[in-house]
Structures are given as structure tokens and as C-alpha cells.
Design a protein around this ligand. Structure first.
Ligand code: PNW
Length: 496
């Protein structure tokens, strides 16, 4: 699984582009020789204490619309993000994903970036409208070919592919025909598409995430109008959108398992709403557990338990979604692992003497944030999210499918990006993740969001989440300081 970086200095310079290589790049190169040195030497006591579990997976993540570009190539259909990003005023600076990082053409270079930082895995998403220009029916083989090329390149470089089948780029035709996720027709169409892709790539791809971040593409997209398609529907419709989304997950799972004989591992990648005990006493921990279960009732909880909680249905009343028992069974098909995107403690919690047993505490006015306005700094979420998932639902394995932070990342005159904020962020968050693995919580891997700066949805190209800096004019990729840090950890599997 571990990829051994054998790049020479010259190779690396090619990867990073010659002009902008500064100190971080030099250090990246200098590290290579130490791999064998460290493998040979016995771990010091201090190293052993800070070790992650054997075979822990260190990866990076991206999503199709955010990095690929090439939106009109090789028969790709239109997605709701193509449409939405072209509506003036919806995206900062009216940026679009038309070109993005041009990964569609530069994937070979990007695989070398991954290799250069010892990433052993890559989480990418498949663009539905690339594979089916019209969402269903006749597939577009040229679209799938891109993923075949990417997968082959990853495997040839010792990097394990993890495929996400839906990261928000719904075919526009489904929005037009059925109102998108408002209809179970979209859930059915997803299952057909998911099974097709799986059948074609399962000889080489063994790990899948059905859909990414349900809350984002349901509530934020159909209720709060913040993400494509930008609708503000009434509560009943939004509850139905949520249900249709988890139904797509269940139908997809079943269809994917039916079409392939080989053993696959399939899970979700959900941005779990994490309730964190602000003071870690036993009663506050119990309160956080209850709160996390309820705060995820319409999404992760129903996928794990096969029923909506009483509180969820009671609070919706007549606005509860239409569903059947049979659907609930499908939605809760057992998963091989649970993937969670963890960025922040969404809520702090204290135990309370009320019906629910908990009180949600708002963040203080001066609570620090990273560059994204929503991104409250709260490293302890990377301990509590997996711990509470384990205690609530006891899955076999847990992956951190996304974690990272946005920043402005300005280039210095010397062409360097010393993203000390990101290094600080990763260090503090990973310290909490290490606390979790140390206690035996079965976290199998960590995917950093993101490999490189990319189209950050409504924030356009203004907020940068990458380990590698993207010059959007030249499309040159330059390592920041953070990939040096990532590499040190991924190479040795030890927290530094
Ligand atoms: C995720 N929040 O979105 C997405 O999966 C990525 O595509 C995205 O680029 C990345 O995180 C960074 O934003 C999120 O409000 C959107 O808590 C919103 C939140 C969290 C994650």
C-alpha cells in the first residue's frame, strides 16, 4: 500500500515547476534518503508512542467538478454545477469549474504529486454526466475512459484508488425532468449509474463511497439555497430530498454488490454533524452521544439504524417524508466502513436535565475560524467524531474521508508558500486523531482535503484548501510547506 518515493531531485523539480520551487521543495527532496534510515533503525520509545496503527492509510482527496475542468470534452453532459456556476452572482468572482485544475489532462503530473508526498491512497469522484451524458441509458465510453486512465496511473505508482460515485455534480437532465433529488426517480437513476461504473472498474478499484456529504447536497442545496441547484423548498420537500438521497445510497449499494463478484468495500462519505462535549465528563460525553445521534437523524443515523428516530419524525409532524419499511431496510444495508468528513465541532454540548438529556452550546463570538467563515477551529472533533460513531454504531472500520482547511496562501516574492496556519491545523487535528487510534477506535485511514487548491464551490477559487498551490493562470502546481509536513507523517506513520 505504501508508495515508496523514488523521485530524483530533477523529477521533483519537473513536478513542481522550476520557477517557483523554494525551501519546502528542497526539504521534500532531502527527506527521501531518510526512508530507509528510519525503516532500519528501531523505533525510539517516543516514536512508538506517537505511531499510528500499522497499515494506516494516508491519502488525499478531490472531487470531479472541483478539479477536472474539460467540461465540454469527450461527450460529457451538463451538471447542475455547470448551470449554477454560470448564474451571475452565485459564485465569488463568477468563477466556474470550466477549467479548474485541468486535471482531466494533467492527471499524470498530479499522480506524481501524490507520490512525492508518500500518499498511499487517493480519493477521487466520478463525474456522473461524464459517464452518462444523459444520466441514464446509453453510456458514454469516452467519459469512463478518463477514469480508467487515472486508475491505471495510480496503480502503476503504488497508490490505491478510492472512488466516490457522487460528489454533487448531478446531471442537469435529472433536475429538469424530475426536480433532481426531489424524486425517487433520481435515486433509481443513481443506482443504475453506480452499478455500471462499479462493474467496469471493480477489477482494479476495491473501495467505494456511494455519495458525499448528504447534508450539503440536500439541505444546503434544496432548503437553504446555498449550493446548486440553489432552491429554497419548504420543510416537507427537503425532508423528502433527504430521504431520496439516503434511498439512493441504499439502492446504489445493493446494485453495486449485485453486479460484481469480487469483494468490494463500500461505505459512505458523510459530513457527520459532530456534537462535542465541551468539558469531557462522563455525563457530558453521554449527552454528546445522544446529541450526535439526533443531529444526524435524517441522514447518517437512518443509514446506520434503518429507522428514523421518534424525535425526528415528531419534530417534522406532517412534513415527514414518504417512505416504506422496505426502503428503510435498503437504506440500512450493512456497510463495510463508515467514512466521515470532519472539519469542526458543529456543536458543543453539556448534559442537561431535560427531555433530550443535552443542551447545545453555541460557539462564543470570538471563537477562532480558518479562512472559510464556517470553519470554527476545533481539533478535538477529530477524536470525538470517530469515537461517537464507534460507540453509537460500532462499524468495522472508519475512514476520515476529508479533513483540511482553507487559507489565502499568498506567494512570497521568492515564490514560496509558508502555510504555517495549515501545518498548525493539521498538527492539532492529527493529535486528536492519534488519541482516537491509540484508544483502539478503528480508524483505518485519513484523506486530506485537498491534494491541491481547487474550485471551492460558492467561494470559487478564492479560498485555497490544497497542499499544492495552484496558479490558475498557468496551472502550475507548487508545493506549500504543508505537503512537507504531510509527507513526514505519511512516510513514517508517526505523528510529528
Ligand atoms: C466539503 N460546513 O464541504 C466538501 O466535500 C468539499 O467538496 C469541499 O471542498 C470541502 O469540504 C471544503 O469546504 C463542506 O459548513 C462544506 O461545515 C461545508 C461544511 C463542511 C464541508
Amino acid at each position: 500500500m505504501e508508495s515508496k518515493n523514488k523521485n530524483s531531485r530533477r523529477d521533483f523539480l519537473k513536478i513542481g515547476g522550476s520557477a517557483a520551487i523554494g525551501l519546502p521543495a528542497m526539504q521534500l527532496i532531502g527527506c527521501n534518503n531518510q526512508v530507509t534510515a528510519l525503516e532500519k533503525k528501531e523505533l525510539s520509545q517516543n516514536d512508538s508512542i506517537r505511531k499510528f496503527p500499522d497499515n494506516f492509510i494516508w491519502g488525499t482527496a478531490t472531487a470531479a467538478y472541483q478539479v477536472e475542468g474539460a467540461v465540454n470534452e469527450d461527450g460529457r453532459g451538463v451538471s447542475i454545477w455547470d448551470t449554477y456556476s454560470k448564474i451571475p452572482g452565485k459564485i465569488k468572482n463568477n468563477d466556474t469549474g470550466d477549467v479548474a485544475c485541468d486535471m482531466y489532462h494533467r492527471y499524470k503530473e498530479d499522480v506524481q504529486l501524490m507520490k512525492s508526498i508518500h500518499a498511499g491512497a487517493y480519493r477521487f469522484s466520478v463525474s456522473w454526466p461524464r459517464v452518462f451524458s444523459n444520466a441514464t441509458g446509453t453510456p458514454n465510453p469516452k467519459g469512463l475512459d478518463f477514469y480508467n486512465r487515472l486508475i491505471d496511473e495510480l496503480l502503476a505508482n503504488g497508490i490505491t484508488p478510492y472512488a466516490t460515485l457522487y460528489h454533487w455534480d448531478l446531471p442537469q437532465i435529472l433536475q429538469d425532468k424530475y426536480g433532481g433529488w426531489q424524486s425517487k426517480e433520481t435515486s433509481k437513476a443513481f443506482a443504475e449509474y453506480a452499478a455500471y461504473v462499479t462493474e467496469k472498474i471493480s477489477d482494479r478499484v476495491k473501495h467505494y463511497f456511494t455519495l458525499n456529504e448528504f447534508y450539503s447536497f440536500t439541505d444546503l442545496s434544496y432548503g437553504l439555497g446555498q449550493l446548486a441547484p440553489g432552491l429554497k423548498l419548504p420543510q416537507k420537500a427537503v425532508a423528502q430530498v433527504r430521504h431520496n438521497a439516503v434511498l439512493a445510497h441504499g439502492m446504489g449499494l445493493q446494485a453495486m454488490r449485485q453486479v460484481t463478484k469480487s469483494t468490494l468495500e463500500i461505505g459512505v462519505a458523510e459530513n457527520i454533524v459532530t456534537a462535542v462535549p465541551i468539558i469531557e465528563t462522563q455525563e457530558n460525553i453521554e449527552a454528546a452521544k445522544k446529541a450526535t445521534r439526533e443531529l444526524n437523524a435524517g441522514l447518517l443515523t437512518v443509514m446506520m439504524e434503518g429507522k428514523y428516530t421518534d424525535n425526528y419524525l415528531n419534530s417534522l409532524g406532517p412534513d415527514a417524508p414518504d417512505f416504506t419499511e422496505e426502503e428503510l431496510k435498503l437504506i440500512a444495508e450493512p456497510l463495510d466502513f463508515v467514512g466521515i468528513n470532519v472539519y469542526l465541532a458543529n456543536k458543543y454540548v453539556l448534559a442537561a436535565n431535560n427531555e433530550t438529556g443535552y443542551e447545545l452550546i453555541s460557539h462564543a463570538k470570538n471563537h477562532p475560524t480558518m479562512a472559510s467563515p464556517w470553519h470554527l477551529v476545533s481539533p478535538e472533533c477529530l477524536y470525538w467524531a470517530p469515537r461517537l460513531v464507534k460507540e453509537l454504531w460500532n462499524p468495522k472500520e472508519i475512514y476520515i474521508t476529508e479533513n483540511g482547511c482553507g487559507a489565502t496562501d499568498e506567494l512570497s516574492d521568492e515564490g514560496q508558500i509558508m502555510d504555517t496556519d495549515r501545518v498548525m491545523f493539521i498538527k492539532n487535528y492529527l493529535t486528536q486523531l492519534h488519541r482516537a487510534t491509540n484508544e483502539g477506535i478503528p480508524v483505518k485511514g485519513y484523506f486530506h482535503w485537498s491534494l491541491m487548491d481547487n474550485f471551492e464551490w460558492i467561494f470559487g477559487y478564492g479560498i485555497r484548501f490544497g497542499l499544492f498551490y495552484m496558479d490558475y493562470k498557468t496551472l502550475e502546481r507548487t508545493p506549500k510547506l504543508s505537503p512537507e509536513y504531510f509527507k513526514t507523517i505519511a512516510r513514517d506513520n508517526i505523528l510529528v
